[in-house]
Design a protein around this ligand. Structure first.
Ligand SMILES: NC(=O)c1ccc[n+]([C@@H]2O[C@H](COP(=O)([O-])OP(=O)(O)OC[C@H]3O[C@@H](n4cnc5c(N)ncnc54)[C@H](O)[C@@H]3O)[C@@H](O)[C@H]2O)c1
Length: 372
């Protein structure tokens, strides 16, 4: 994600990337080569002690988010942390309190909210076009862990957290469902499964990224027990009587990044699929259904600022980061303005949702999600 953030930041007005920290100096230098970056460090604290730096992005494995975000906030930096926020509720709460007490801008990177057609769904719901929300359903499916030899730090709960699939992609799905509907999940029943109880961790401690795995699957290595789930299914109840179901899996052959969401209201329905992001399905009972192709001219006025290009030119994953970062940095320049992006408190809410999923799975019962 370091590269994705770096490239997106180059497209945000008034922001200069001036430093990169990596575990190895050489890899940080490789990442930043050609971008005019002045400073490279292997210890991120050296960047935090630089008073000329206003904000930092944390793009490391999940278990490092807490200590790095805490150090950054204590150093007085505005922070943008990748999701999921942390690996425990307690640490997430500590970060929320610290950011609030220090009046620092804080964002957790649920960028998928910012596809133009997702914003269109949100504004349609706000304008009452869908009526009362009855049902939300969908899935987030990937296939990069289908091979038993596939390995990544996410599989190890010490690096990624107790829930892997639900933390890595399930949090994106629930963030979008709550953002678009304006409703909160209050109670849920979850089923989790680990299809491969062991996986082969490469002999050399290579923590391949998704892209690297796709290009060169890890060589056979030691068999280790897997404590994190490959699959999760959740039945849930939301505010105002709305009901929902979702499935997430990282072993669904052929589904690369299929975040699909359908929202059914008393007046109309909407459906969106991340693999075809410029299309929005609108369903009606008494007239023909529509498929809208992203076109700022046809979009709700409040959704339009999320579409920078004219119709016919697709806007995708990379652009969602630009939209989050633009709003985050604009808010730094405007103290007191509302935060139009997901904040650490949203990351905490996702930790509470995951905690309820784990409890429900273990007890085979419905569990209420702790209110904030
Ligand atoms: N928002 C999204 O759409 C999205 C997509 C993918 C990943 N993510 C999140 O981004 C984060 C990183 O995931 P990834 O897929 O890029 O992982 P990755 O393994 O590809 O990259 C992690 C990087 O962190 C570096 N690192 C590890 N320890 C470090 C340290 N002590 N100091 C400095 N650098 C260190 C590693 O060297 C590596 O370059 C995760 O939290 C993940 O959940 C978000």
């Amino acid at each position: 994600m370091g590269r994705v953030h770096l490239e997106a930041l180059r497209r945000v007005e008034g922001v200069d990337v001036v430093a990169i920290a990596g575990r190895e100096l050489a890899s940080a230098q490789r990442l930043g080569a050609g971008y005019g970056i002045e400073k490279f460090e292997s210890d991120y604290r050296k960047i935090l002690s630089d008073p000329s730096i206003d904000a930092v992005h944390i793009c490391t494995p999940n278990a490092l988010h807490f200590s790095m975000t805490k150090d950054a906030l204590l150093a007085g930096k505005h922070i943008l942390c990748e999701k999921p926020l942390s690996t425990s509720i307690e640490t997430a709460e500590e970060l929320v309190n610290l950011a609030n007490n220090r009046h620092l801008r804080n964002c957790v990177c649920h960028n998928l909210r910012y596809y133009p057609m997702v914003q269109q769904m949100r504004r349609m719901r706000e304008d009452g076009d869908l009526g009362r929300i009855l049902m939300v359903q969908g899935n987030y499916l990937q296939d990069w862990l289908l091979d038993e030899a596939a390995w990544n730090w996410r599989i190890d709960s010490d690096a990624g957290g107790q829930l892997r699939t639900m933390g890595d992609i399930g949090t994106h799905w629930f963030d979008m469902a709550e953002h678009v509907t304006g409703l909160r999940v209050r109670s849920l029943c979850a089923d989790l499964e680990t299809f491969y109880p062991t996986r082969q961790r490469p002999a050399k401690n290579v923590q391949a990224s998704i892209a690297q795995l796709a290009a060169a699957p890890a060589a056979a290595g030691e068999h280790v027990t897997v404590a994190t789930e490959d699959f999760g299914a959740v039945v849930f109840q939301m505010d105002a009587g709305a009901r929902g179901t979702m499935t997430a899996c990282q072993m669904a052959a052929g589904r690369k990044n299929q975040l699909r969401m359908e929202i059914f209201g008393t007046k109309a329905s909407v459906g969106w699929n991340q693999e075809r992001p410029d299309e929005l399905w609108v369903g009606h009972r008494d007239s023909a259904n529509n498929i809208y192709i992203k076109d700022p001219g046809l979009m709700k006025e409040k959704a339009r600022s999320y579409a920078d290009l004219p119709c016919g030119h697709s806007e995708g994953y990379d652009d969602t980061f630009k939209q989050v970062f633009r709003r985050f940095y604009a808010s730094i320049g405007q103290p007191g303005s509302p935060a139009e992006y997901p904040q650490l408190v949203d990351g905490l809410r996702h930790m509470l949702l995951m905690d309820a999923q784990l409890k429900s799975h273990r007890t085979r019962q419905w569990v209420d999600v702790k209110a904030l």
